[in-house]
Design a protein around this ligand. Structure first.
Ligand code: PEP
Ligand code: MN
Length: 337
């Protein structure tokens, strides 16, 4: 259920409704729009109907939400949400560029990556310090040392940072160094981890699971939102199909679909979606044309020597060309890049 309050209704009336919901054992989540406040009430539907919320002062209407995801649904909030990461907004007119290597390797590598992505207009530096690798014998990441390297490089160039967390320990460490945490495809349904990032309250980049439906993805976002964290950005990164030429199949239709179902910003990761460097540029342009609010792109100062995902990583020069080409596409769909 969402409770739509009257425009400019006093805070006491909002508090009274919240109090009543909580008294009946329901969770109340305030969603503040530009003009009005709506209250998302989560819990037993039956009790909401009988507790007399509809007649309370300041209440304009009580609307049931039919979808299984509630707080993240379009019904709960008509306006697009904008998530602020450091000094970068994701979900506004400007296309947000997040870029950097798959894995943090050395301080020099992060410095070179930060310099390159900044000069091409990226606002957020990415880099993995806890790598969820398919093989236990592959490079697993530099952990806290890596986080330090990334945060130092980002500071030098005025960039915000995002890194993947894989469990509660890595979350605790990441929160000391980065502006946004990423839940990777493999952990999209790690519900305890989702709840923990929800409680942490930091911006979250939630990747779509390898074989997750759109509804499962939005339910994962709901786990984070239900802990009181509204700072969620969804990331389409390709799904598993029968196609073997690309690493995954980029589901671009998910971008406008999810934006119709949810108020959350949606970004696209063309690197993991394709696994092929030459496809990253075209898919970046297509993603922005389809309405994506940003891109997450793997960029390495020397892709041939990358310890992880070199084949899909752009060189600084390639990234700069893609960033330049994005400008015309963004303008064509009423955005800026
Ligand atoms: C990554 O971003 O480095 C990563 C491992 O991505 P995904 O979870 O989408 O595979
Ligand atoms: Mn990678």
């Amino acid at each position: 259920m969402i409770i739509v309050m009257e425009i400019n209704c006093p805070e006491e009336q909002v508090d009274a409704v919240v109090g009543k919901l909580e008294q009946h054992g329901l969770q109340a989540h305030l969603i503040r729009g530009v003009k009005r406040i709506v209250i998302g009430a989560v819990g037993d539907k039956g009790s909401i109907q009988t507790m007399g919320i509809e007649g309370m002062p300041g209440v304009m209407s009580v609307v049931p939400i039919m979808k299984p995801f509630k707080l993240v649904s379009r019904e709960a909030r008509g306006e697009n949400s904008v998530v602020r990461v450091g000094n970068v907004d994701i979900g506004g007119r400007q296309i947000a560029l997040m870029a950097g290597p798959c894995a943090v390797e050395t301080a020099d590598q992060m410095y070179a990556a930060a310099e390159a992505v900044k000069s091409s207009g990226a606002g957020i530096l990415r880099g993995g310090a806890f790598k969820p690798r398919t093989s236990p014998y592959s490079f697993q990441g530099l952990e806290e040392e890596g986080l330090k390297m990334m945060s130092e490089a980002a500071k030098k160039f005025g960039l915000a940072t995002v890194t993947e967390v894989i469990d509660l320990q890595s979350l605790d460490k990441a929160l000391k160094y980065v502006d946004m945490v990423q839940i990777g495809a493999r952990n999209m349904q790690n519900f305890r981890l989702l709840q923990a990032v929800g409680r942490a309250g930091c911006p979250v980049l939630l990747k779509r699971g390898l074989s997750a439906t759109v509804e499962e993805w939005l339910m994962a976002a709901e786990y984070i939102a239900s802990e009181g964290n509204a700072g969620i950005v969804l990331c389409e990164r390709g799904i598993r199909t029968f196609e073997g030429y690309t690493r995954n199949t980029l589901d671009l239709s998910a971008v406008p679909l999810v934006k119709s179902l949810s108020h959350l910003p949606v970004v696209v990761d063309p690197s993991h979606a394709t696994g092929i460097r030459a496809l990253v540029g075209p898919m970046s342009l297509a993603a922005v044309a389809a309405g994506a609010d940003g891109l997450l792109v793997e960029v390495h100062p020397d892709p041939q020597r990358a310890l992880c995902d070199g084949k899909q990583s752009l060189s600084p020069g390639e990234f700069s060309r893609v960033a330049e080409e994005l400008k015309a596409v963004a303008a064509a769909v009423g955005r800026a890049a």
